[in-house]
Design a protein around this ligand. Structure first.
Ligand code: AP5
Ligand code: MG
Length: 191
C-alpha cells in the first residue's frame, strides 16, 4: 500500500529528524521543502536567491514557487513507494494544490501527523542549533517567533482541513528521538 505521509509541526518540532527515520522504516522518499530551498541557496540558483529573502526573516516563501518546486520533486521520483512530506503543505493553497496534484496521479494523502511541542521548548532547541547550523532563521528569538507566527496564522488552520478528511493525528514531540519515532511508527502501522 502506497503511503504518503505529511509531517506537521512548529519550527524545531523534529519534522526533519523524524522524517529520516520514517523514510527508512517505510521505504519512503523524504521531501523537505526547507532542505530543497537551502540546497538552492547553497548552489546560488535564482530560486535560492528568491527563497533566501523570505527565509532569512522567517517568512514563508510564496506559494507559487513552493508548489512548483514540490511537484517537480515528486515527479523526479516516479518509482517511489510513497512520500514523506516535511514542511509542506504550509498554507491552504498548498494543501489544495497537493490534493489536486496527487489525485491526478491516482495517489492521495494517507495521513497527516502533528508533532506537538511548546514554543518555549522550541526556542531553546533552535537557538542551540543556531550556534552551528549557519541558518539565519535560527539566530535570534525574534526571527524564531516570526516563524511561529507564520505557522500559527497560515499552517495551523490546515489541521482542520485534514481533520475534516479524517486524516489528522498528533503525538507529543517531547521525549527522546527514539521514543518519538517508536510512537510514530506504531501510529502509522495502525492506520
Ligand atoms: P524548514 O526547513 O521546514 O524549517 P522549520 O519548519 O522552521 O523547522 P526546522 O526544519 O527548523 O525544524 P524541524 O521541525 O525539521 O526539526 P528538526 O528535526 O530540524 O523551513 C525553513 C523556511 O523555509 C521557512 O521558514 C520558509 O521560509 C521556507 N519554507 C519551507 N517550506 C515552505 C513551504 N512549504 N512554504 C513556504 N515556505 C517554506 O529539529 C530541530 C532541532 O531540535 C535540531 O537541532 C534537532 O537535533 C533537535 N531535536 C529534534 N528532535 C528532538 C527531540 N526529540 N528532543 C530534543 N531535541 C530534538
Ligand atoms: Mg526541518
Amino acid at each position: 500500500m502506497m503511503k504518503n505521509i505529511i509531517l506537521f509541526g512548529k519550527p524545531g518540532a523534529g519534522k526533519g529528524t523524524q522524517a529520516v527515520l520514517l523514510r527508512d522504516a517505510f521505504q519512503l522518499v523524504h521531501i523537505s521543502t526547507g532542505d530543497l530551498f537551502r540546497y538552492n541557496i547553497g548552489n546560488n540558483t535564482s530560486l535560492g536567491a528568491l527563497a533566501k529573502s523570505y527565509m532569512d526573516q522567517g517568512d514563508l516563501v510564496p506559494d507559487e514557487v513552493t508548489i512548483k518546486m514540490l511537484e517537480a520533486e515528486v515527479d523526479a521520483n516516479p518509482d517511489a513507494g510513497g512520500f514523506i512530506f516535511d514542511g509542506f503543505p504550509r498554507t491552504a493553497k498548498q494543501a489544495e494544490a497537493l490534493d489536486e496534484f496527487l489525485h491526478c496521479k491516482d495517489m492521495n494523502v494517507h495521513a497527516t501527523i502533528g508533532l506537538e511541542v511548546d514554543e518555549e521548548v522550541l526556542i531553546k532547541r533552535l537557538l542551540n542549533r543556531g550556534k552551528d547550523s549557519g541558518r539565519a532563521d535560527d539566530q535570534d528569538e525574534e526571527k524564531i517567533r516570526n516563524r511561529f507566527e507564520e505557522y500559527n496564522n497560515k499552517t495551523a488552520p490546515l489541521i482542520n482541513y485534514y481533520k475534516a478528511q479524517n486524516k489528522f493525528h498528533s503525538i507529543t514531540g517531547v521525549g527522546t528521538v527514539t521514543e518519538i519515532s517508536e510512537q510514530l511508527i506504531a501510529l502509522l502501522d495502525s492506520l
